[in-house]
Ligand binder design. Sequence first.
Ligand SMILES: NC(=O)c1ccc[n+]([C@@H]2O[C@H](COP(=O)([O-])OP(=O)(O)OC[C@H]3O[C@@H](n4cnc5c(N)ncnc54)[C@H](O)[C@@H]3O)[C@@H](O)[C@H]2O)c1
Ligand SMILES: O=C(O)C[C@H](O)C(=O)O
Length: 328
Amino acid sequence: MAQAPVNVTVTGAAGQIGYALLFRVASGQLLGADTPVRLKLLEIPPAVKAAEGTAMELDDCAFPLLSGIDIYDDPRQAFDGVNVALLVGARPRTKGMERGDLLEANGGIFKPQGEAINAGAASDVRVLVVGNPANTNALIAQSHAPDVPAERFTAMTRLDHNRALSQLSAKLGVGVADISKLTIWGNHSATQYPDIFHAEVAGKPAAELVDEAWLTDDFIPTVAKRGAAIIEARGASSAASAANAAIDHVHSWVNGTPEGDWTSAAIPSDGSYGVPEGLISSFPVVSRNGAWEIVQGLEISAFSRLRIDASVQELTEERDAVAGLGLI
Ligand SMILES: NC(=O)c1ccc[n+]([C@@H]2O[C@H](COP(=O)([O-])OP(=O)(O)OC[C@H]3O[C@@H](n4cnc5c(N)ncnc54)[C@H](O)[C@@H]3O)[C@@H](O)[C@H]2O)c1
Ligand SMILES: O=C(O)C[C@H](O)C(=O)O
């Protein structure tokens, strides 16, 4: 019997990331070359027409795996029966906006989306939040979906992971495929900590191949501030690389991570590595049998501890701020 299509809901479908993402989902790169998909696109009313234009282009690709496209401006309809939810649409920070205003505006998006996921999602739903502030938006959505297992809500730090791989490979003159066991810890923000202390380059410890000054003055700030550097250069935030990372995240989650390596994802903490339980924080993770597991037993040096704690502190403050606004 032919496989039933997987329902993939993409919010912010008419945006930049949406445009770079949808064609790859429809071509089979998200879930695999044997898995048909049905796209459910969510947009705000003024952007529905643009989403319709993107849907026309998707039709024109004649993707064999694309079994249909529906466009909605109502989250309840968009998340009905959803198996994979890619929450991309978010309220960007605009001039004069304080951090609290940004969190409140995004609460207005992610609270109803969490409620709609709770009301209608399929029992195997997996949620990836891309829209910023991604970790805290994921926490908001999760807190309004009490009937969905908490671990199904994740936020994206795979772009940071890929950026770290790329920076280290350029520094050492090796291919990215030679590098394993890199980790992004904490928040998808400038406080994140890209950690090479367990990383290996063709089986050798990566930390022995670079000096500490490069790590502190170059690698860590370059990876952590890469999003801002892209905005400065492009005049718009990363789109294709963000879409690519979303594809990588879900593909790894569904299909598993390779033996002998791990990746990074922001998932609800179970208290591992001193990260308060429930915070959606980035960890070294593997995916086994379709579920993320935090890699256990890594030794954390004082150098790393300081940086992990700083990013986790920021996440705690964001959680407290949205709690204060009644959003969780
Ligand atoms: N986690 C990461 O690594 C990462 C990387 C890059 C960008 N981002 C973030 O991803 C988000 C999207 O980026 P973009 O470049 O596509 O932005 P964009 O402005 O081009 O597109 C966002 C889209 O979301 C839509 N939208 C707004 N509110 C919505 C709602 N309530 N429901 C459905 N759609 C809604 C808008 O109409 C717009 O079409 C931003 O928050 C950006 O900061 C995250
Ligand atoms: O959209 C942004 O603020 C930056 C983005 O999160 C990125 O890391 O590229």
